[in-house]
Write a protein that binds this ligand. Sequence first.
Ligand SMILES: C[S@@+](CC[C@H](N)C(=O)[O-])C[C@H]1O[C@@H](n2cnc3c(N)ncnc32)[C@H](O)[C@@H]1O
Length: 205
Amino acid sequence: MEHEAVKRIYAGYSNVYDILFKRFFYPRIRHAIASMDIKPGDRVLDVGVGTGLSLDLFNKDASVVGVDLSHEMLKQARAKVDSLGMKNVTLLEMDAMNLSFEDDSFDKVFISHVVSVVPDPCRVMSEVRRVCKDRGKVVIVNHFKSRNKMVAGFQKVFNPISKRIGWRSDLCMDSFLSNCGLKIDKTETLKKIDFWQLIYGTNFK
Ligand SMILES: C[S@@+](CC[C@H](N)C(=O)[O-])C[C@H]1O[C@@H](n2cnc3c(N)ncnc32)[C@H](O)[C@@H]1O
């Protein structure tokens, strides 16, 4: 997905994103963030924060930075931050493939429903590893290509349409995991059969 397409598509979604997706995404986001063991004083980066579905779930005593490419998605996130008075949250318009933070800036990084939207997931992970401290925790929530050959075949056919509506459907989890550069501590799904995976990793430098 190229940046201009992402910006155009997510500008279109921004007003209706929560109505369309919150009921599907929020339980998974809540579960993943609850497992992150975020401590008071931690610096947390939320990559591709979108409309900020995650923001009220982070420890209020942690310092949270959310970045996103889409101005309009961030506008929705800003409205949440303002209405809930979240003084610990900073939102910045930024490309996840070129993060403008110093090395080792964050204790924990959260990335939900983003690695199948960016043009180069490996590049994002390399940036995440750079800005995350040694032994920092990285949690990724995303859907991946099914291991079932028939379903995967359908996803491949569906991929061009899927990209037009905002994400690719053919990202292979095994190759993502072997190229992301993290030590994978655990992967899990919320349901027995689920395309969406929760990936918990540690950043060893
Ligand atoms: C499916 S939404 C997920 C939003 C949120 N993380 C969630 O789980 O609800 C994907 C988000 O990734 C953002 N995004 C896509 N490419 C990006 C990039 N290169 N850098 C930063 N954000 C990006 C989009 O603008 C969009 O807000």
